[in-house]
Design a protein around this ligand. Structure first.
Ligand code: HEC
Length: 147
């Protein structure tokens, strides 16, 4: 009886382990935006009701620092660590620099991307806000590459 009991225990352990992994995976898969502390950055007139068309923080060292951490918490799991995509989502180092890149960045950041009822990227505009969005964009511009 020793072997079957051992097996049963192993099986139980395996079931518990896979249930734990499944729970973790689904928690990981859910999008739980992480709040970003942007209090150190200058306010943007209009707040989240009036989004400006180009990045007011471009080149701002504090914004870049906040943006790096905000990216790591909210975007890296799809777009890759340090903005280097592992292939799940586009590589954001290739976003155009300057105002034209800002426009496309803002579109996706605010509204995300869905096709045929399937969410490819969740919207972040309302949850993280304009200041966090531009901070992330400021950091991304420091990672830009054309190669
Ligand atoms: C759940 C995965 C996921 C998360 C989290 C996510 N994205 Fe995305 N993102 C995608 C996918 C997938 C696309 C491509 C969508 C498409 O082409 O329809 C995309 C597209 C984009 C684009 C357009 C890129 C291009 O080349 O067209 C930008 C900009 C962007 N994301 C920024 C962000 C930022 C900033 C964050 C964090 C605040 C973020 N994303 C979080 C999955 C994600």
């Amino acid at each position: 009886m020793k072997i079957p009991l051992g097996r049963a225990a192993l099986l139980t352990a395996a079931v518990i382990a896979s249930a734990t992994v499944a729970t973790r995976l689904s928690a990981h898969g859910d999008v739980v935006p992480q709040a970003v502390d942007t209090s150190a950055l200058p306010d943007i007139e209009g707040g989240n009701d009036a989004w400006v068309a180009s990045n007011p923080y471009r080149g701002n060292a504090k914004a870049i620092e906040i943006g790096q951490s905000a990216y790591g918490q909210n975007c890296a799991r799809c777009h890759g660590l340090d903005a280097m995509s592992g292939g799940i989502a586009p590589d954001l180092r290739y976003l155009e620099l300057g105002d034209s890149g800002d426009e496309w960045f803002l579109e996706r950041f605010r509204h995300g991307s869905s096709h045929d009822g399937k969410v490819y990227m969740p919207p972040f505009g309302d949850v993280l806000g304009q200041k966090a969005g531009w901070a992330i964009r400021s950091w991304l511009e420091t990672k830009h590459t054309d190669e």
